[in-house]
Design a protein around this ligand. Sequence first.
Ligand code: NAG
Ligand code: NAG
Length: 196
Amino acid sequence: MALSMDKMWKEFILVCAVLDAVFGASLFHCHEGSTCHLETTSFEFLSKFTQKQYRTIVSLTMSNASINKVDPKLKYLKNLQYLDLSHNNVQISSIPSLTNLKILRLNGNNLKFINLTALPQNIETLDISHNLLGQIPRDWRSLKSLKTLHLFKNPVDCDCNNVLNYERLIKSGIVVPESITCHSPKKICWKRHRCC
Ligand SMILES: *[C@@H]1O[C@H](CO)[C@@H](O)[C@H](O)[C@H]1NC(C)=O
Ligand SMILES: *[C@@H]1O[C@H](CO)[C@@H](O)[C@H](O)[C@H]1NC(C)=O
């Protein structure tokens, strides 16, 4: 046992060294040698790591990194639980179906439309605030484990369909932190206020 831990540590020290050599600005932390958090601005690490090393990464932050496409090799990070792709121009169709992913941050990606059916299906928290969404996604039910949906700072068109969809979303128990603001009309036109 001690021997294998020793071997693991050597491996992680090696990983850190590789990362340091590749990009000085990356941050790489491992806890107890088996769960690692990586913060970087490039997908280069994917070609440096072994399959075994991929599996140690549980959290990946690539915020404000001028990304528009996610490297398909990201699918090898099978234990990834947290993925922060905020403040980029990510095409969501390029995000692989990571089954352990719980938190996905896509805030600030200039998204005009989002197909939730195409996202990793087990996510519990989705941040799509600060985008250009005029419609509240209709397909939120496709994310069966969804508990929290960040929607604020989108130019939502508060027409009848959107308002009804929003009310159903809230009623379903999904938490929407900070309410949406209407781009048009200026005031939310709630069903119970007889607008629809
Ligand atoms: C993104 O990075 C640029 C350049 O480093 C910086 O000016 C900008 O404030 C950053 N934006 C965010 C949202 O972090
Ligand atoms: C949404 O994504 C799913 C799964 O990838 C696909 O089957 C469907 O056609 C997409 N819908 C739209 C409107 O793009």
